[in-house]
Ligand binder design. Structure first.
Ligand code: AMP
Length: 273
């Protein structure tokens, strides 16, 4: 991969990478199209990264469909797909990790210890191997995006980070590879996540600036849904992810909830017009 990237760079090509864990859906394809619009060479990476899964998480049952993923990605006009084995990415004795100390702590970091060190480390490795000029990430994983932006700045990667808004189903559910786990009964219950965010945003647009009131508005649809168990609902500074009591600058309202055993996330940035 590195040799190909070096050749392409030597030829003056602009390289974009889109890191994914596969099970591609329209959200991923939107990232690939954003990359296609900005670069000469689009590199898709497919790697279910074990170091970002906790011991009780869904690593072994995470959906995998490499052939289907490559067919979908080809329809978006990708140039290269990098699909390494776990043993190639983590040789025996690997013990070096990248951590973004503060941004990795709250929200998903609090419920998934070690998750973001796994993410920052694999993204670092994929950047070193694909040598891109730019990389595209989704705003669906808001904290991940904030962490990668900070890591790239702090460690001088010299890679432009492009973000793409959340792609949703027609009824509002954010697309996720994990939606495939939902049963027929759970699928409508999962709408409580986007409904909670919409309810809070409506209160914000109506002038509410108190974080506790907005969080309560977001929690209500989730608490009313018996198949849903809240992991967290938080309102934080949009860049620093620090807690906010009264909104005076852009914030992110982020939540995670279990629908059955499936953990889903969603978020919305609230900013005055
Ligand atoms: P994943 O395969 O879940 O690790 O996601 C790979 C990339 O796709 C990440 O940058 C995600 O933020 C992005 N992504 C996943 N779902 C969506 C979505 N519904 N809308 C936009 N981007 C997404």
């Amino acid at each position: 991969m590195r040799a190909r990237a070096e050749d392409l760079r030597r030829d003056g090509r602009k390289l974009a990478v889109v890191p994914t864990m596969g099970a591609l859906h329209e959200g991923h394809l939107t990232l690939l199209r954003a990359a296609r619009a900005r670069a000469d060479i689009v590199i898709l990476t497919l790697f279910v990264n074990p170091t970002q899964f906790g011991p009780k998480e869904d690593l072994s049952k995470y959906p995998r469909d490499e052939a289907g993923d490559l067919a979908k990605a080809r329809s978006c006009g990708i140039d290269l797909a990098f699909c390494p084995d776990v043993s190639a990415m983590y040789p025996a004795g690997a013990q070096t990790f990248v951590e973004v100390r503060e941004l990795q702590q709250p929200m998903c970091g609090a419920s998934r210890p070690g998750h973001f060190a796994g993410v920052a480390t694999i993204v670092t490795k994929l950047f070193h191997l694909t040598m891109p000029h730019l990389a595209v990430f989704g705003e669906k994983d808001y904290q991940q995006l904030a962490i990668i932006r900070r890591m790239v700045r702090d460690l001088d990667f010299g890679i432009e980070i492009v973000s793409v808004p959340i792609v949703r189903e027609h009824d509002g559910l954010a697309l996720s590879s994990r939606n495939a786990y939902l049963s027929g009964e759970q699928r409508p219950a999962a709408l409580a996540l986007s409904r909670g965010l919409a309810a809070a945003e409506a209160r914000f647009r109506a002038g509410e600036r108190d974080a506790a009131a907005l969080i309560a508005a977001a929690r209500a649809p989730l608490e009313a849904e018996p198949l849903v168990r809240i992991d967290y609902v938080e309102l934080r500074d949009a860049t620093e992810l620090t807690a906010v009591a009264q909104i005076t600058r852009p914030v992110v309202l982020a939540l995670a909830a279990f629908v059955g055993t499936t953990r889903l996330i969603d978020n919305r940035v609230l900013a005055s017009a």
